[in-house]
Design a binder for this molecule. Structure first.
Ligand SMILES: Cc1cc2nc3c(=O)[nH]c(=O)nc-3n(C[C@H](O)[C@H](O)[C@H](O)COP(=O)(O)OP(=O)(O)OC[C@H]3O[C@@H](n4cnc5c(N)ncnc54)[C@H](O)[C@@H]3O)c2cc1C
Length: 387
């Protein structure tokens, strides 16, 4: 096993660090307070990040992407974790990079021209509509149907909690094309353009954290989508979504390391500055142990992430290890931010520091892209060799 980071990856890592710390972190407070990331500020940043080569890192070079392997992406993604997900979302990061490389690999040349190249160039945005009111963890239980009529499909259903729907020009959604087969060949990906009759934004669904991004329902009512908007093979939607999840979950481990590192740096610095009973907090064993727990946790997470990334780069099946990384890292970052707040005392709980924002944002990490319990199901199935 060789986790040596090649020089070119170190250069992108350094570039990402500067971009995140100089251009994104200063915007966090404004975005948090307003609950939105105004397009006049966001769009130029997306353009700049694209020009610097900080987006589309997972996308193959033949599509103009960075073509980085998983280990390279993990190293860079850790830098992204330093800033708030409300600011980084869509600018440099999209929960495993947007649009997923797996979509570009199966898109037709026409779909690339019309939909994905504009997203890769930073000129348009997209969203992924998979979750439904009755199908979150149980993704195969979707109710949305796509029924063939001539050379089109008529789609009916409702998606919910869809991030970025209000900024997107199209959505990639899942629909049942064979209600009997379901996850085993009956779920298909469709590209649906906003503006298509019968396709609309539903209710706004406000969230606890990740302010700066918004979540909406997507409503499809007798929405007619041409057959050429099927993405990938008919019935291959569930397989592709699960494959994409494995890589996305792994990279979240790196993202969460970055957030936890920031919490640790803040806690270390405060513990050295703050004195109680005549001594700095950093001299107290109780405080030292909280810092030590955080440092060990971060190191363990980074090692797990890099090992699984390396294995993925060698072509090994990393679905179970990615679930382990997602489970461990999401809980790790919640513990780390909680400890950092404890070290800071009252000021940690206040809105004068970013820690309370980090605490709310981190809580999502144990839910999005597969909950803790679903990760445990994946790992248990492998341990017990059950279906
Ligand atoms: C901020 C935010 C952004 C999101 N963005 C998107 C998006 O862009 N696109 C999209 O498609 N979706 C999105 N989602 C949806 C997200 O993926 C789901 O919320 C998540 O997968 C969990 O599904 P659920 O909410 O239906 O919970 P449920 O599946 O109903 O689960 C509820 C609870 O039960 C547990 N549980 C479920 N099944 C089992 C079981 N068999 N055994 C034990 N425990 C179980 C779960 O772990 C959880 O604790 C987003 C969600 C949030 C909160």
């Amino acid at each position: 096993m060789d986790f040596t980071i090649p020089e070119e990856h170190k250069q992108i890592q350094a570039l990402m660090r500067r971009f995140v710390r100089n251009e994104l972190m200063p915007l966090e407070t404004q975005v948090e307070e307003k609950g939105e990331f105004p397009p006049e500020i966001r769009r130029p940043l997306i353009k700049r990040a694209t020009e610097l080569g900080l987006r589309n890192l997972s996308v193959p070079e033949k599509f103009g992407g960075g073509g980085l392997g998983l280990l390279g992406q993990a190293v860079v993604e850790e830098e992204v974790g330093w800033t708030s997900p409300g600011v980084s979302w869509g600018v440099v990061q999209g929960w495993g990079w947007s649009p997923p490389a797996s979509f570009c690999r199966v898109a037709t040349p026409e779909q690339m021209e019309k939909y994905f190249y504009p997203v890769l160039r930073g000129e348009a945005e997209e969203c992924g509509g998979f979750t439904e009111p009755n199908a979150g963890s149980d993704a195969a239980n979707i109710q949305t149907t796509a029924v063939k009529r001539g050379d089109s499909y008529v789609i009916n259903g409702t998606k919910h909690f869809i991030t970025n729907a209000d900024r997107s020009s199209f959505a990639v959604i899942t629909a049942l094309t064979d209600p009997v087969k379901r996850a085993r060949g009956g779920i298909t990906h469709f590209i649906v353009e906003f503006g298509t009759p019968g396709f609309s934004l539903g209710a706004y669904q406000p969230m606890m954290g990740r302010r700066g991004t918004r979540n909406y329902e997507l409503v499809l009512q007798d929405c007619v989508v041409p057959e050429k908007n099927i993405l990938g093979d008919m019935g291959g939607g569930a397989r592709r979504t699960f494959a994409h999840f494995a890589q996305g979950r792994l990279l979240l481990g790196a993202l969460f390391c970055g957030t936890a590192e920031r919490a640790l740096e803040m806690a270390k610095s405060y513990a050295k500055r703050r004195a109680t009973f005549g001594q700095p907090l950093a001299s107290r064993q109780a405080v030292q142990w909280m810092l030590v727990d955080m440092a060990v946790d971060i190191h363990a997470t980074r090692m797990m992430t890099h090992e699984a990334a390396w294995e993925g780069d060698q072509g090994q099946d990393i679905r179970v290890k990615a679930a382990m990384v997602k489970l461990y890292s999401a809980q790790m970052v919640c513990r780390a931010v909680d400890n950092a707040i404890q070290v800071h005392g009252g000021i940690g709980y206040s809105r004068l520091l970013p820690l309370e924002r980090m605490y709310r944002d981190a809580r999502l990490f144990r839910i999005g892209d597969g909950t803790d319990e679903i990760m445990k199901m994946v790992i248990a199935r492998d341990l017990l060799q059950t279906e």
